[in-house]
Design a protein around this ligand. Structure first.
Ligand SMILES: N[C@@H](CCC(=O)N[C@@H](CS)C(=O)NCC(=O)O)C(=O)O
Length: 198
């Protein structure tokens, strides 16, 4: 059985679980809830001590989330969510990178805001917020790319969902009606409902 080191608050771990649901691999993956900040045992599998980490049956571990999802898609022989080649593959991988980048900026902002007063960097937070807002603008302008359900669009949904979860004051929907409408529809998808952050 595959073992997924997972945190319910991690948008990257959520993306992996969304792909587990979408590919019908739920019975193949056992979930081990792990706090990467407190459980050093994770470092045995991943020197970076981050979730998600996927431990394979032979004890080898895979990380990070883009590697894990490619492994799962290959295991499930799923080429709908990530085409094997051609321009569509690069579009999907670019969207995944943008969705992961939103997560990076939002997670970085979240960690920064948890620092003690006097240790927070307003310029760091401003730069991350600029990245998130510009990514949302780009998606508003490219909303057609989001229409097919792919690894890319699902990753973007995880990124926007994480902004709602941790940084609701950023209000990314205002002025972006196409993106907001797209998200309202996709967030009802069973794989996203089942993995809502807690
Ligand atoms: N690029 C990685 C990012 C993973 C990541 O940053 N995970 C966070 C949780 S959301 C973590 O484990 N952080 C622990 C740490 O930063 O020490 C991926 O896509 O899997």
């Amino acid at each position: 059985m595959l073992q997924l080191r997972y945190s319910p608050a991690s948008p990257y771990a959520r993306k992996v679980m969304v792909i587990v649901h979408e590919t019908g691999l739920s019975d193949e993956v056992s979930i081990v809830t792990t706090n990467p900040h407190q459980e050093e045992s994770l470092r045995v599998h991943n020197p970076l001590c981050k979730v998600p980490t996927l431990v394979l049956e032979d004890g080898e571990a895979l990380f990070d989330s883009p590697v894990i999802v490619e492994y799962l898609l290959a295991l499930a022989s799923n080429t709908d969510l990530l085409p094997l080649g051609g321009p569509a593959r690069w579009s999907v991988l670019r969207l995944q990178a943008l969705g992961d980048g939103i997560c990076d900026a939002a997670f970085g902002t979240r960690m920064e805001t948890l620092r003690a007063d006097g240790e927070k960097s307003p310029s760091f937070i401003a730069r991350q917020e600029a990245a998130m807002m510009a990514a949302a603008d780009w998606l508003e302008g490219q909303a057609r790319q989001l229409e097919p359900i792919t690894l890319g669009s699902l990753t973007v949904a995880c990124g926007l969902g994480y902004m709602d979860f941790r940084l609701p004051h950023l209000d990314w929907r205002t002025g972006r009606p196409r993106l907001a409408a797209w998200y309202a529809a996709i967030e009802t998808r069973p794989s996203l409902v089942a993995t809502r952050p807690a």
